[in-house]
Design a protein around this ligand. Structure first.
Ligand code: BGC
Length: 335
């Protein structure tokens, strides 16, 4: 496909229900461009950061709303070994591999398999050797909107050869509205007692760090802004950028924005969740009339743990022809 043909393939879709929720998505990176839910006054409020139009997702975007893969999050030095063979992936984040490499799933134009008023199924076939990953991986990502204002994302990926896979969505939420200044006032609760401890390059050391008594403890709800500076000083991240080891209680997380009255709960079957407070957004991206800044939005990226392929005691991201990748995450909105 040449560039002109590719542009022709780019489309935007609107999912809606009878309860006042509307979600706009595109087949570029399966990006969620807007997500409107009723606020406390019954008015629609767009609660995700996004770009103006679908084509913009081919450019710089800080992964706003996209699906990331084959392997989301970091792989230390971009190296891993599978069946005795060493693979070297792109090092696109300092010396580390991040979010699938130079051209990850977020930059692909996905095929639309099925599209209805409240459901869309995207697929993408990643050829053997793409971004240096082994195996041909056929991926399906389904967005379903239900009447109770839940957006559910189902991930499925099957391979012809043993490979690795860890898919998630990278939406930045601001439940006060995408154009609100920051996320400090959001009250967050996360059902996790531990983090995967990381070094300064945000690569797990292999240890599990208890959150109790640290700025990372969200077992009791607290405003994101309360300890963000202290948390950001720990690994020089400038905020939260850590993988929580979910303790299996549902929901994994809930977040409430007092100004809009919007509450979001996150439910998943994944063992981990990266809470990222948008620390590296630096004013370089503008969308929907807003120039996004540090801490404009937060991500809750449900996933297998970062660098899990290099930590044998972490849940495995290896997929085989007999064992596809399958997971789901549901974002429910209430007021
Ligand atoms: C990571 C951040 C990274 C960001 C890029 C997040 O998932 O945790 O460290 O900078 O993605 O947008």
């Amino acid at each position: 496909m040449n560039f002109a043909e590719a542009i022709m393939e780019i489309k935007t879709f609107e999912l809606s229900n009878q309860s006042g929720m509307t979600v706009t998505v595109t087949n570029v990176g399966c990006a969620i461009i807007s997500l409107k839910v009723p606020d406390k006054n019954g008015q629609p409020r767009d609660v995700v950061l996004g770009l103006d139009k679908a084509e913009d997702y081919l450019g710089k975007h800080f992964y706003l709303g996209v699906i990331i893969g084959r392997v989301g999050n970091r792989i230390g030095y971009g190296k891993f070994t599978l069946d005795g063979k060493e693979y070297q992936l792109a090092t696109n984040d300092g010396k580390q591999h991040l979010h699938g490499g130079v051209e990850g799933f977020d930059k692909k134009i996905w095929t639309v398999e099925e599209s209805g008023p409240a459901k869309i199924v995207f697929s993408y076939v990643s050829p053997d050797g793409e971004e240096n990953y082994p195996g041909r991986l056929a991926v399906r990502c389904t967005y379903t909107l239900s009447q109770d204002n839940t957006l559910r994302i189902d991930y499925f990926a099957e391979t012809d050869t043993k490979t690795i896979c860890n898919l998630t969505n990278h939406s930045y939420f601001n439940l006060e509205g995408y154009d609100a200044k920051d996320i400090y006032g959001h009250v967050m609760q996360i059902n996790a007692d531990q983090l995967t401890a990381v070094d300064e390059a945000l690569i797990p050391t292999g240890a599990f760090a208890p959150v109790a008594g640290t700025p990372f403890d969200f077992n009791a709800p607290k405003p994101i802004g309360q300890d963000i500076e202290k948390a950001g000083a720990v690994n020089s991240t400038g905020g939260f950028d850590h993988n929580y080891v979910l303790n299996g209680k549902a929901p994994a997380a809930s977040v409430y924005a007092p100004g809009s009255g919007v509450k979001m709960t996150v439910t998943t079957d994944m063992p981990g969740m990266q809470f990222y407070s948008g620390n590296f957004i630096d004013g370089a991206v503008t969308g929907k009339g807003v120039t996004y800044q540090k801490h404009s939005g937060f991500c809750l990226e449900t996933q297998l743990y970062p660098d899990t392929i290099n930590q044998p005691h972490f849940p495995s991201c290896v997929v085989t022809p007999d064992k596809p990748f399958r997971s789901f995450t549901a974002f429910k909105f209430e007021k």
